[in-house]
Design a protein around this ligand. Structure first.
Ligand code: ZN
Length: 435
């Protein structure tokens, strides 16, 4: 029964999308019979209550989804607060999302996009288990928040992807997953949502009351600490506390957000075209250090893409020694304009792959050289788009990646990276059909 329900859910979502994309694969009658059967075995299934074009369409935000003004110092927070009572919460590094509810049911979800218009992602959001699909409230309301992926989940998914398909951080992977055309993908990738705004529910209520209500409806919330009299010491202490717990969190935050707790205070200051005046973010200082770039190596991926990797003079950044960092692609390296001998600023957030942010001291002259031969098979390379590609038919790196990807797909155990390299070099395995 449960299996049939899942299958029907997927079929309904799939064919709904096909229909709205103008590429229906089944007749209306066939589609109706799928919905009827789902209604029969699970009359309350949220998939049955989606309205309008459920995907690919644009959604207008009213009111617009404004951005958050930023401060760099606690002093700035104090002068902005002017003694008003505040709520403080995490600034989660995710994707801004709004979710509409009507007659107690989730009916639409959309990304922030330009702020006035975003993408409809209802079908995929329906698949996120941690987001409530019904709430005990009849009127139309809008809940806004941040969609994010846990660091542990990011690492789990990324390590199962081939090198050249890996994501550089949880936010990119969350965004890539949310935009997937196939909702079934969502079943194997866990996303979370942290709510921070409730529109259309008792507009005269405090931020604290809204947060409590969201929590009672089953949402994870970001606003959690009340500061009634914001002095330098209280704000600074709480900010340092969050900065200290940051490394223990299983998701990325890049600062904290302060809001006027009282509705009257919020109304009194209003908003500019860009941001509400009643909230402000205080961001953490970036966790990075400058170090010497010793060498640039190139890794061949499964699709012949050569990815530059920075080999660094080992440096300790927030408790971990970093000696390598990704340079993403050939164009990133050209724009960064870094050569062995230069000093670069390397940054680390959470448990995620370190990034090179900028060149801090230039010790070399001339342009960045891209290798004209593939380091793995010595074939010529060509530039294509942002990438450098190997043109070789037989490329050791690429072949090993391809066989590795096939092994992961089939779920064969016991053939890891090193043993696969040995098998390949021995000549026993040159193609996945050899396994
Ligand atoms: Zn090659």
């Amino acid at each position: 029964m449960d299996e049939e329900r899942k299958l029907l859910e997927n079929l309904v979502l799939y064919h709904k999308r096909k229909y709205y994309d103008g590429e229906p694969e089944i007749s209306d009658a066939e589609y109706d019979s799928l919905e009827d059967r789902l209604r029969e075995i699970d009359p309350e299934n949220p998939v049955l209550f989606i309205v309008g074009a459920p995907s690919g369409g644009n959604v207008t935000h009213n009111p617009p989804m404004l951005s958050c003004q930023k401060a760099k110092t606690v002093d700035k927070i104090i002068s902005w607060a002017e003694n008003r009572p505040l709520m403080m919460g995490y600034k989660v590094d995710g994707i801004s999302l709004k979710i509409l509810f009507e007659n107690t049911r989730l009916i639409q979800a959309a990304t922030r996009g330009s702020g006035t218009q975003g993408d409809d992602v209802t079908l995929n959001i329906m698949k996120i288990e941690s987001i409530p699909k019904t709430i005990p409230f009849e009127n139309r309301i809008e809940i806004r928040g941040e969609l994010y992926m846990r660091i542990s989940e990011f690492n789990r998914i990324n390590s199962s992807l081939p090198d050249d398909e890996q994501y550089s951080n949880p936010r990119n992977l969350a965004a890539g997953t949310t935009k997937q055309k196939d909702s079934r993908m969502m079943e194997n990738r866990e996303l979370n949502f942290m709510a921070f705004e409730l529109l259309g529910w008792k507009d005269d209520s405090t931020i604290e009351e809204k947060a409590k209500t969201l929590k009672s409806w089953g949402f994870e919330i970001s606003d959690y600490l009340r500061i009634d009299t914001p002095t330098f010491d209280t704000v600074d202490t709480h900010f340092r506390e969050v900065e200290a717990e940051r490394n223990d969190l299983d998701y990325e935050i890049d600062g904290v957000v302060f809001k006027y707790n009282l509705a009257a205070d919020r109304e009194a200051v209003g908003a500019t075209d860009h941001h509400p005046r009643w909230q402000i973010a205080l961001k953490f200082e970036s966790k990075g250090k400058s170090t010497k770039l010793n060498e640039i190596t190139w890794q061949v991926g499964r699709t012949s893409v050569l990815t530059p990797v920075a080999e660094l003079e080992p440096v300790e950044v927030s408790g971990a020694v970093i000696s390598r960092a990704t340079l993403h692609n050939a164009d990133f390296l050209i724009n960064l304009d870094a050569k062995p001998g230069d000093f670069v600023f390397v940054e680390r957030s959470g448990e995620v792959i370190p990034k090179i942010i900028s060149v801090t001291a230039k010790n070399t002259t001339g342009k960045v050289n891209l290798p004209d031969k593939c380091p793995s098979c010595d074939s010529n390379t060509i530039k294509s788009g942002v990438n450098l590609l190997c043109t070789g038919d037989i490329c050791r790196g690429r072949s090993i990646q391809q066989i590795g990807a096939w092994i992961r797909k089939t779920g064969i155990d016991g053939i890891g990276g090193k043993s696969l390299e040995k098998l390949f070099d021995s000549g026993l395995v040159k193609h996945y059909s050899d396994i």
